[in-house]
Design a protein. Sequence first.
Length: 293
Amino acid sequence: MYYIVYGLLYTFSLLPLRVLYIFSDFSFFLVYYIIGYRKKVVKENLRHAFPEKTVKERNRIARKFYRNFTDTFIETIKMISVYDSYIQKRFKGNWEVLNQYYDSGRSIQICLGHNFNWEWANTVVAQKVKYLFLAVYMPLSSKIMDRLFQKLRSRTGTVLLPATKMREAFLPYRDQQYILGLAADQSPGNPSNAWWFDFLGRPAGFVKGPEKGARTKNTIVVFAFIHKQKRGHYEFVFSVAEDKPLLLAETELTKRFVCYLENVIREYPDMWLWSHRRWKYSWKPEYGEVLPK
């Protein structure tokens, strides 16, 4: 069955991107206006995040979000048949921010949110940095799609670390020089073992792992976001958050990321994954205080 699905998607991916975007436009209309995929979740999240905006303004953000959502889906399919150089030409970045540390022998941890198009980003990073690139990913429930996405995500040398077995998967690389890519805005699996901050109008739990890992190995921490220049053209923007995390007080690094991510989302609201159930856990007093930013 995998080869049947792969063959069909490969054939579809051979169409020029400008033609595939016609399918994306149709998919947007279907997903937004007909199916209403997680529309209630998206609009509720936007209502909390932007109470100062009118309903019309929030609906405009929602529509742009769904367009980016379907574009990302189509662009991911396009990856199946294109050469790596195709994506490189369409995905720029200030890679020097990362590569400047290579000769120091130290490793880097990249923290970013769920920005479109992270699939293209994963592919191009491994080609542009001098480091071994490790990327944490969440395995998909469909074995066919999980196999396909693993193939796409590792095609340029990225080493995939399943989030469900992160510690075990990371062990073989802990003594090597690497860049570790983390989507650090995931909802925590255990809300009682998280740091809670006000995030986009509501308390939200943030996993402790990224900060604790950086402090343990004194890893250089870089924050990043993806800017969509125009349809099919992106830019990765990196900035050094801290090169001596051991000197920071506990929770400080996470607090900085929360503020950074919130500012990025407010500047480019249609680029974040609003359909994600980021606030599926509500804060309770037993989880500890909601920390100030």
